[in-house]
Design a protein around this ligand. Structure first.
Ligand code: A3P
Length: 306
């Protein structure tokens, strides 16, 4: 089965999720060869949910003692996707030498994945490594994905109109989707194994960043929340990782990741509710119904306005 989203590559249904064919090899290798360590930390998400922001925050929190100077911090000169890489993409593009070899990374290793929970390598689900998942309301995620995949002209492009892409999204056909099973997989796991999976929402993180940075730090057993300096450290981390700071860094204005995507495309508007500029009344009605149908009864719901 094949389909696509926006200007994204065609997607193949692979192990119950929609996978760009270019990543199938990398996903297979990741599942077969990746050896998780108990102190690994994974940032997980479906694309366009706020992965870049969560990577930056997680990196800054986990390394706050190693990089205590905020004038000379690695996040000022490296894109978060370089510092917290996706093994499935590294395996796909054979990028071990180009970015950083997984076995040479300093510990705790901070890594990332877009795979749905049931498709994670067994060593991740069975070891004590931790997963921080970021979700976002499907309205904004759809618009963010539409804008992003229309801009990254890296692969052969089936062109879709916004309306066609929306139909596909409503049928679950989106990169690493269906989006509802992606979210629900991690959501359920975060309820049964709260020490294994921390489930976050982009909207909550926006609304009370301090509270959620503390939650992340506690989840990672970071000493950051202790001691007299803690408020200043947390404030500095938030300032460093905020949208305006990151978007305006030279590395994020001019750099590339995986040789295909310009870093600037990871920073568009960074708001809640931009979907209102794209959705017709019938689209609003349709997606609201699907959200109710798919997520109703799960306890998972989203704010859609700021
Ligand atoms: P928009 O397209 O709505 O602006 P991902 O990192 O998963 O690819 O998600 C990208 C979305 O997160 C984009 O949303 C992007 O602008 C937003 N984003 C990136 N960095 C951010 C930050 N530091 N703070 C808040 N939002 C951020």
């Amino acid at each position: 089965k094949e389909s696509g989203l926006g200007a994204a590559p065609y997607l193949n249904l692979f192990q119950d999720f929609w996978c760009p064919p270019v990543y199938v090899k990398g996903v297979n290798k990741f599942q077969k060869h990746f050896d998780a360590k108990d102190n690994d930390v994974f940032v997980a998400s479906i694309p366009k949910s706020g992965t870049t922001w969560l990577k930056a925050l997680t990196f800054a929190i986990a390394n706050h003692q190693r990089f205590s100077s905020f004038d000379n911090h690695p996040l000022l000169s490296s894109n978060p996707h370089e510092l917290v890489p996706f093994p499935e993409f590294m395996y796909s593009y054979d990028l071990h030498d180009q970015i950083i070899s997984l076995s040479n990374m300093s510990e705790p290793r901070l890594l990332s994945t877009h795979l749905p929970f049931p498709s994670l390598p067994q060593s991740i689900t069975k070891s004590n490594c931790k997963i921080i998942y970021i979700s976002r309301n499907p309205f904004d995620t759809f618009v963010s994905a539409w804008e992003f995949f229309t801009k990254i002209k890296s692969v052969s492009l089936p062109e879709f109109t916004l309306e066609e892409a929306f139909e596909k999204y409503c049928n679950g056909i989106t990169v690493f989707g269906p989006w509802w099973s992606h979210m629900l997989g991690y959501w359920k796991e975060s309820i049964t194994r709260p020490n294994k999976v921390l489930f976050l929402k982009y909207e909550d993180l926006k609304e009370d960043t301090v509270f959620h940075v503390k939650r992340i730090a506690e989840f990672l057993d970071s000493p950051i929340t202790q001691g007299g300096e803690s408020t200043a450290v947390i404030e500095n981390i938030i300032k460093l990782c905020r949208f305006e700071t990151m978007k305006n860094l030279e590395v994020n204005k001019s750099g590339h990741i995986y040789n295909i995507t310009e870093n600037k495309h990871f920073f568009r508007k960074g708001e809640i509710g931009d979907w209102i500029n794209y959705f017709s009344p019938s689209m609003i009605e349709k997606l609201s119904k699907i959200i109710e149908e798919k997520l109703g009864g799960s306890g998972l719901s989203f704010k859609v306005h700021s």
